[in-house]
Design a protein around this ligand. Structure first.
Ligand code: NDP
Ligand code: MG
Length: 399
């Protein structure tokens, strides 16, 4: 396997599962960005052949540290090296777990190279859904969704959908709806007047899941669910109107498929990403993932409610962007990345995240999004516009 983003939350969980099955998985290469000490620990435990970083200074620190420990891993630097470890002939499985659009080029390269792609990096599908799915189709890559909701839907779909996703339709399979569950995040019941004063520390504290900072803020704003609607649209060739969001605060049901005959098939489990990761790694087999068994008696009850689009405008913005099509989802994603970063750095308020995204979506982009170049241009134009808006607003927020 190559693990892109091995130092992150998903990357670490992937390594945890791999370590439980050394006879099945060999880690060929890993990547990270800032956490070089974690990479050193990974090298000591898994002895990958390659480690990829983005900056030469960090790479040099790591080379020296590896030398001192007599560890024999080669340290490579830069975006092309990320692509190289994603397409290397020795690799059959790629875990795509870099955060944000930065993960897209190597994830797309893995798909083009016909790898078994374990897709956590949802931003790839939001930015370049059609291109990515075309690449999967043409190369015969096997795509396994890792995002817990999409993994749950994958598990709840008829077998022909799992085996031949591009020859199946909702109509033929009798599917009426995909029901994406959402915990509602930490601010589901917070007084509306208090939302503007939410701090980054509060926003990254998810009630059920332990995740990276960006996806934690996305979960708090419900943009994560918006990105996931778009992700589901591309992964399962699902009409947008057939994807519903159901708020389910316990995060026990990870998502559901509703069928024509009245059946609803769901996947349940403890909120631990090692379950979908192990499912993707071993599919179609099932392996030990170190996850606590679900105890329904201690959970005792499951609640459901409709999402509150006044409290969480980001979800409505995501539906709007995917319905608009073209470059709009790429713009939504780029604007959101700038907004989250600006919020985490105390430059904008939590409530300004949707405002910033909406203002970016209202700009006319003279692009039809037919190719990667145009999508990347839309991405960079939206980032530039969003950053200029943040500079104009110049609102300080106490962290
Ligand atoms: P983290 O922030 O924990 O980890 C991100 C990883 O990407 C780290 O290895 C980080 O390196 C690396 N990275 C950061 N910036 C760059 C960059 N510019 N170029 C290359 N690598 C970079 O994120 P998560 O693990 O939480 O999430 C990863 C992806 O999986 C996201 O797309 C997220 O939406 C998705 N996902 C995550 C879930 C979760 O439970 N965490 C659930 C479902 C989906 P370093 O840490 O060394 O700086
Ligand atoms: Mg999810």
């Amino acid at each position: 396997m190559s693990i892109l983003g091995a130092t992150g939350s998903i990357g670490q969980s992937t390594l945890d599962v791999a370590a439980r099955h050394p006879e099945r998985y060999e880690v060929f290469a890993v990547s990270g960005a800032s956490q070089v000490e974690k990479l050193l620990a990974i090298a000591a435990q898994f002895e990958p052949r390659y480690i990829v970083l983005l900056e030469e200074s960090k790479a040099q620190w790591l080379r020296d540290a590896l030398n001192q420990k007599a560890l024999n891993c080669e340290v490579l630097v830069g975006e092309q090296a990320l692509i190289d470890i994603a397409v290397a002939p020795e690799v059959d499985t790629v875990m795509a777990a870099i955060v944000g659009a930065a993960g897209m080029p190597a994830t797309l390269a893995a798909a083009k190279a016909g790898k078994r792609v374990l897709l956590a990096n949802k931003e790839t599908l939001v930015l370049a859904g059609q291109l990515f799915m075309d690449a999967v189709k043409h190369s015969g890559a096997q795509l396994l969704p890792i995002d817990s909701e999409h993994n749950a839907i994958f598990q709840s779909l008829p077998v022909q959908f799992r085996e031949h996703p591009y020859q199946s339709s909702f109509e033929q399979a009798g599917i009426e709806k995909l029901l994406l569950t959402a915990s509602g995040g930490p601010f589901r019941t917070r007084a509306l007047d208090d939302l503007a004063s939410i701090t980054p520390a509060e926003a990254v504290k998810h009630p059920n899941w332990s995740m990276g900072r960006k996806i934690s803020v996305d979960s708090a704003s419900l943009m994560n669910k918006g990105l996931e609607v778009i992700e589901a649209h591309w992964l399962f060739n699902a009409p947008i109107d057939l994807i519903d969001v159901v708020v389910h605060p316990q995060s026990v049901i990870h998502s559901m498929v509703q069928y024509r005959d009245g059946s609803v098939i769901a996947q349940l489990g403890s909120p631990d990403m090692r379950t979908p990761i192990a499912y993707g790694m071993a599919y179609p087999e099932r392996i030990q993932a170190g996850v606590k068994p679900l105890d329904l008696f201690s959970i005792a009850r499951l609640d459901f409610e409709a999402p509150d689009l006044v409290r969480f405008p980001c979800l409505a913005l995501a539906y709007k962007a995917i319905r608009q099509g073209g470059v709009a989802p790429a713009v939504l994603n780029a604007a959101n990345e700038v907004a989250v970063d600006s919020f985490l750095n105390g430059k904008i308020k939590f409530t300004q995240i949707p405002e910033l995204i909406e203002s970016c979506l209202s700009v006319q982009y003279d692009l039809s999004a037919l190719n990667l170049e145009e999508l990347l241009l839309a991405d960079s134009q939206a980032r530039a516009y969003a950053n200029s808006q943040v500079a104009n607003w110049s609102v300080g927020v106490a962290c």
